[in-house]
Design a protein around this ligand. Structure first.
Ligand code: PLP
Length: 441
């Protein structure tokens, strides 16, 4: 007997019965139940195997069931799994903070742990605001971001997110924050390798700062390489450097949202390392806990943290921040990345995968663009490659192709962002342990 219609629209229906715990998720198509996962592969309870071609949501960067990470977690579990941050320091969080600081740009050594990307981004906003107050700049309240962009689901992170399908119901509840267009040179017919293109888009930030009033601007937040919303959008030449100059000129803090790009996936530990640009504050998550535990971090310029701590202290915090089990797992993840040169592998395998995607693009005109760096790669479907006309929304290409891949044992990640903005893009981002034969597969 088929499931009652009342459950079919918005709930998971598995083996004819609704999964009550998943009632509130957005997935409309029924999805199987996960039985186990190892390396780049996942198996459902029917025994069907899938290639995790998107590392979940670009999270499982070192693959599933890594023995060293599991061993580190077990060892920590034997010691303690929770110590409230206002009561105890833990060796695990101290060790992880030291490790993170060894990977960050000079002068950004202060690490604040959280449990995910949205929390990391919220933390950056609050630290920036508190820092402005210590500088006697109470009028700095606006955070400029890009459209499209994605910075998280909580209301602060959502207010700076440029993605109408997720923000629209909540817009009346949030302070409207200024946005500038993301540098989608491929849609605008501009050459991304030309510095003039980078300047063209970066100067939109200066124009926006002047329009809003420079003294009111607290920060600019940017994903160094676009993630879910723009589909692995690599900034044009000169863009990141010019953004840094503009922020310096107007006393605006530069926040890099490295939630998806941090941790080696793009072929450098931080996405922004490709351009040698140092931000003032960084948000990190996803590949940091790599799917083993909920983990994220805010990393900030030392003097910013000191100014805030010498003032009122940081008026912010989460109960689970610095959880020792999460920190032990995070440290083991970073050690695995280092010991097995996974960042370098991401660079090499990324080139090899991009070449394969470009070859597929030659065969199928419906693929309008292939882009990305390292293993943060995407392709975009279009009705017309020359005019960039999107496929009709009703065609639902994004969910149909994901479903076809799923049926064939491949998981990829998609967002439809056209709605006046982009198209149907698909992120192809296998774990950083992927090998060339696996790419062929
Ligand atoms: N920032 C970026 C760039 C992201 O890609 C995401 C998640 O996709 C977030 C923030 C929010 O992270 P989380 O879903 O862990 O809260």
């Amino acid at each position: 007997m088929s499931a009652p219609a009342i459950f079919s629209a918005n709930t998971l229906v598995v083996e004819g019965r609704p999964h009550m715990s998943n009632l509130f998720y957005q997935t409309k198509a029924p999805r199987p139940t996960l039985a186990r996962a190892e390396g780049i592969y996942m198996w459902d309870t029917s025994g069907k195997r899938y290639i995790d071609g998107s590392s979940g949501a670009m999270v499982s960067n070192i693959g599933h069931s890594n023995p060293a990470v599991l061993a580190a977690m077990r060892a920590q579990m034997d010691k303690s799994t929770f110590g409230y941050r206002l009561h105890f320091q833990t060796d695990a969080s101290e060790a992880l903070a030291d490790k993170v600081a060894s990977l960050t740009p000079k002068g950004l050594d202060r690490v604040f742990f959280v449990s995910g990307g949205s929390e990391a981004v919220e933390s950056t906003l609050k630290l920036a605001r508190q820092y402005a107050l210590t500088q006697g700049q109470a009028q700095r309240t606006k955070v400029i971001s890009r459209y499209p962009s994605y910075h998280g689901s909580t209301l602060g992170a959502l207010a700076i997110t440029g993605y109408a399908p997720m923000t629209a119901p909540f817009d009346p509840m949030m302070h409207a924050m200024p946005k500038i267009p993301a540098p989608r040179a491929y849609l605008d017919g501009l050459d991304p390798t030309d510095t003039a293109t980078g300047l063209h888009y970066a100067n939109m930030l200066e124009a926006k700062i002047l329009e809003e009033g420079p003294a009111t601007i607290l920060a600019f937040i940017v994903e160094p390489i676009g993630g879910a919303s723009t589909g692995a959008l690599v900034p044009p030449a000169g863009y990141m450097q010019r953004i840094r100059q503009i922020c310096d000129q107007y006393g605006v803090l530069l926040i890099h949202d490295e939630v998806m790009t941090g941790g080696g996936r793009t072929g450098r530990f931080f996405g922004a390392d490709h351009w040698d640009v140092t931000p003032d504050i960084i948000a990190l998550s996803k590949g940091f806990g790599a799917g083993y535990v909920p983990l994220g971090a805010m990393i900030a310029r030392n003097d910013i943290v000191e100014a805030v701590m010498n003032g009122d202290g940081f008026i912010h915090g989460y109960t689970y921040a610095g959880n020792p089990l999460a920190c032990a797992a995070g440290l083991a993840v970073l050690n695995e990345i280092e010991q097995h040169s996974l960042t370098e592998n991401a660079a090499q395998m990324g080139d090899a995968l991009k070449t394969r995607l470009e070859a597929i693009m030659q065969r199928y005109p419906v693929i309008g663009d292939v882009r990305g760096k390292g293993l943060l790669l995407a392709f975009e479907l279009m009705a017309d490659r020359a005019t960039k006309e999107p496929l009709p929304a009703a065609f639902n290409a994004h969910s149909r192709l994901v479903d076809i891949a799923y049926d064939n044992g491949l998981i990829i990640y998609s967002r439809r962002t056209r709605g006046g903005i982009a198209g149907d893009h698909f992120l192809v981002c296998p774990p950083m342990i992927v090998t060339e034969p696996q790419l062929d597969e």
